[in-house]
Structures are given as C-alpha cells and as structure tokens.
Design a protein around this ligand. Structure first.
Ligand SMILES: Cc1cc2nc3c(=O)[nH]c(=O)nc-3n(C[C@H](O)[C@H](O)[C@H](O)COP(=O)(O)OP(=O)(O)OC[C@H]3O[C@@H](n4cnc5c(N)ncnc54)[C@H](O)[C@@H]3O)c2cc1C
Length: 390
C-alpha cells in the first residue's frame, strides 16, 4: 500500500518536544506545537508511514486490521464472554502507524455526552467541563468543504469522513446503569449497513476471530440476502480490567487482564438494549420496510428458546466483540488523587516535563466513541503546554 513519502529530513540532536506515538492525539499535538516555527518537534511512530486519505469501503477495515497497520492484540482466554470465538478470545487489535487506530477504525464521530465532562469537572478536573471542551470540538470540526459537489457529498453522507459501516446510532439508558442521570446513556446501538456476511475473505474471520463453522453455518445463509445488523455497545461497563507488561522486551505485547461480563450487569444491560431494538424494529416505520429478525440460533445457543432473555444472554456471551474503546489506563484525576497517573494538565505525577496525552487519560468509560476525544485531548494538551511555557 502506498505511503506518503516525506523524503529524508535531517534529524537534529535536540528537540524542544518529543512526542511518542503518532496516533490521532499525538498527531494533533505535533501539529499544534509546530505551528510556531521557532519550536522543534520530533514525533516518533513505531508503526507504518502515513497512507494517503481515502474513503474506506467496508471491506478495507478488516483487511487493514489483519495487516501490519495493526498490533493484532487479543484478550486472554475468556470465561464468560467471547465463548463462540476462536480460542475463546476477543480481538483487541489497535492501529499501528501514523494515524494510530484511526487508520483502521470505523470513522464514527461522536463528541460524547456533556454530562461526562461536567462530572469530570465536578470531581476536580479543572478545565474539562463541557463549557471548556466545546470550543475545542468546534475547532476540530472545521472542514475545508469548498465545492458544491463536496458540500452535497457531506450532506448525503458519502464524503471521506463517512463511517465505513455504521448508518445510524441510538442511545439506551438501561436499568443497570450506575449513574442515575436519565440523560446519560450506558448503551449505544449502532445500526450497521452490513453484517459479518458481507465479506467472504479470510480477513473478517481473522480479525473478529470467527471460527469457520460459525461463518459458514450462521452468517453463510445470509450471503447474497440484503441484511444489516444492530450492534448494541455497552459504553459504561461495570467490569474493570488492567494492563500489565509481559516482559522487559518492548516488542512483546502487553497482557490484558479483562474478563468480559465478569459483572453480570454488563450482560443484562445488553439484553435490555436488544429488547429495546426489537421493540423499535417491530414498529410501523421499520415494518413497512419488511424487516425480519434473522431467526437462526447462534451456534452454542440452540438449547435456549429463540428470542427469550436467556437466549439473548447466551448470544451476547457467545458473539462478543468490541469497538476498542479501552480507556483509563493512565487515568487523569484531580491534583492529589493518589490513584491518578496524570493531573488535569496531563502532567505525570512526580515526574517533571512528562505528560500523557491520549485516550488512556480518560478518567472513566465515556458515553461516546473515543476518537473525537483523542483529537480533543491532543488539542487541549497543546494549549496547556503552550500556556505553561509562557
Ligand atoms: C478497530 C477499531 C475501530 C474503532 N472504531 C472507532 C470509531 O468508529 N469511532 C471512534 O471514535 N473510535 C473508534 N475506535 C477508537 C479510536 O480509534 C481510538 O480511541 C483512538 O484512535 C485513540 O487515539 P490515541 O491517539 O489515544 O492512540 P492510538 O490511536 O492507539 O495511537 C497510538 C499510536 O502510538 C504508536 N505507538 C505505540 N507505542 C509506541 C512506541 N513505543 N513508540 C512509538 N510509537 C508508539 C502506535 O503505533 C499508534 O500509532 C476504534 C478503534 C479500533 C482499534
């Protein structure tokens, strides 16, 4: 695949700023810091070079995920989830190259819920309230749409920033959410215009860890039939995990200690949202389109009455997948919070001249997809660094 060629720039001996990792947050940070021509910035990226921007057809996502643009991480063997997947493991793949996970992601852009940010600010994370972050989002969302054709493409949802798989989103507040605020949802349901049956190539099976029998017997009969999926995504999980280094070798993958559905409320919230989706699908507007529920039981759940709550519990535990929104591994917290890695200005506690600026600082799982937040974090980090150096 073609990469942009930047020639062979001369490396300096000293830089004002060194940024490790050219994910979305790192790229935005580098861009903003280097706006001042007197400042030198070195950005180091472990993975591949930059690909020219183009709109990704759905096929390309899994292909890139199965390539060396991806770390190919996987979870440890699961006890309560991913049960129908190869080796009972879920894929935790992450982008590896200039652009980070935005190279392989699904291009869904959500700012997040204002209540999350206001909760952070109330907990003492000064500068992160909705009022504080909104101007950054507006700055990020500035697009250079110049021609009538481009304007029409954006309005019709076909421009380069259109999701490669998702058409619409709906939000659900389940009775299992820990935050009582009715306007802070814990589940998002994505309506995808494709299902796993769209791709007969090996990539989908590899990246989603689908055993051959599942692909053939469950998704196979849908091939050539117009079909789509509702994908309920639990945003506010109760189950918590942790990441550990496997060894001193920086090239070894880390160990992800995370057991999906260790906390039963996570399954129940998803089953509740499936019921909500079925209620909507049975309503007149969708019925008019002739929508029918695919009623072949997922392999492994044949013992349950189809469409019962127990069937859906089994389905959720068997066909588990993720949108890779892992956060909070270098959590931000108010000054003096002993469990926080960084303070609200993203400075690492106890170490001078070192900040963390990526989605790992997000203090708790947000009601959002995380890419927009990574741009926001890059923007805010740049401003805070500039302010602190004045
Ligand atoms: C398959 C997938 C689908 C997703 N879909 C969506 C979506 O549709 N919408 C959405 O909002 N979010 C989505 N996400 C999540 C979103 O893409 C991430 O939250 C976001 O990219 C995180 O940005 P980041 O800058 O924090 O880090 P990353 O994107 O993880 O980038 C980190 C970068 O650092 C590099 N790096 C790591 N270690 C080193 C090192 N030691 N030295 C040098 N470089 C290093 C990595 O190679 C990588 O390029 C998805 C993620 C994945 C993986």
């Amino acid at each position: 695949m073609n990469e942009i060629d930047y020639g062979n720039p001369q490396l300096r001996k000293v830089y004002d700023y060194v940024i490790v990792g050219a994910g979305p947050a790192g790229c935005v940070l580098a861009n903003r810091l280097s706006e001042d021509p007197s400042v030198s910035v070195l950005i180091l990226e472990l993975g591949r070079g930059e690909r020219p921007a183009f709109s990704e057809p759905p096929m390309l996502g899994p292909m890139l995920m199965a390539s060396d643009y991806s770390f190919g991480y996987e979870t440890e063997r699961q006890k309560y989830g991913c049960l129908g997947l190869t080796d009972r493991k879920c894929s935790w793949t992450h982008g590896r190259g200039v652009g980070g996970s935005s190279i392989i992601n699904n291009i869904i852009y959500t700012r997040g819920n204002r209540r999350d940010f206001d909760n952070w600010a109330r907990a003492g994370m000064e500068g992160w309230s909705w009022k504080d972050v909104l101007p950054y989002y507006k700055k990020i969302e500035h697009a250079n749409v110049l021609t009538l054709d481009e304007i029409l493409r954006f309005r019709n949802g076909t421009g380069p920033l259109t999701s490669n798989s998702i058409e619409s989103l709906l939000y659900v507040k389940s009775p299992f959410a820990s935050d009582p605020d009715p306007d802070l949802p814990d589940v998002e349901v994505m309506q995808s215009f494709v299902s796993m049956s769209f791709d007969s190539s090996i990539s989908t099976s590899i990246v989603y860890r689908l055993p051959e029998a599942l692909k053939r017997d469950y998704y196979g009969p849908l091939m050539g039939v117009r079909n789509f999926m509702f994908l309920p995504m639990l945003m506010k999980t109760h189950t918590v995990g942790r990441v550990e280094l496997k060894s001193r070798n920086p090239f070894h993958h880390p160990v992800f200690h995370y057991q999906y559905f260790e906390d039963e409320r996570d399954v129940e919230a998803l089953v509740y949202s499936i019921r909500e989706v079925l209620r909507i699908a049975e309503a007149e507007p969708l019925q008019r389109l002739g929508i029918e529920l695919y009623n072949r039981p997922v392999p492994g759940c044949e013992g349950f009455v189809f469409n019962s709550d127990d069937y859906w519990r089994c389905h959720v535990r068997t066909q588990t997948t993720t949108f890779q929104h892992q956060v909070s591994t270098c959590r931000m917290g108010p000054v003096g919070d002993p469990d926080a890695v960084v303070d609200p200005r993203l400075r690492v506690r106890g170490i001078g001249r070192l900040r963390v600026a990526d989605v790992s600082i997000i203090p708790e799982p947000p009601s959002a997809h995380t890419c927009a937040m990574s741009y926001l974090i890059g923007e805010k980090a740049a401003d805070m660094i500039k302010e602190d150096n004045q």
